[in-house]
Design a protein around this ligand. Sequence first.
Ligand code: NI
Length: 156
Amino acid sequence: MALRKIRTMGDSILTKVCKPVKENTPKIQILIDDMFDTMYEAYGVGLAAPQVGILKRLVVIDTEDNPIVLINPEILEVSGEQTGDEGCLSVPGKVGVVTRPNYVKVKALDRDFNEIIVEGEELLARAICHECEHLDGHLYVERVEGELRDSSDEEA
Ligand code: NI
């Protein structure tokens, strides 16, 4: 269990395309545990490996006390639409409006390297789309409608 440093916008590692995870190793298991620790510590609901400097196709998500590991995720199906605020641990203190599918079906490997299908709606669908985009070097700020806002202004 360890916290990793979260890379922030401007760090070129966040713009790179990540490589598939080829085998289950103790190192991958430690990375998964560290990513959950790092995400919970920062009050996030999702974290992608490149955000902690690892260029591998691996994300962790927990939107409703249900930790999900997606290794080599592949989005199979999307439908509907939702428009709402989104943030990212790599863009601290900011939020912006992004339109996403309201339903997503994704295929991936879980942490034991079993193939799984995960279906998500609303926040989970948003998180899956957001995290998968990190694996291709994209940040949500590229999709923001209007201005990126300071999240602290609204909490105050
Ligand atoms: Ni993010």
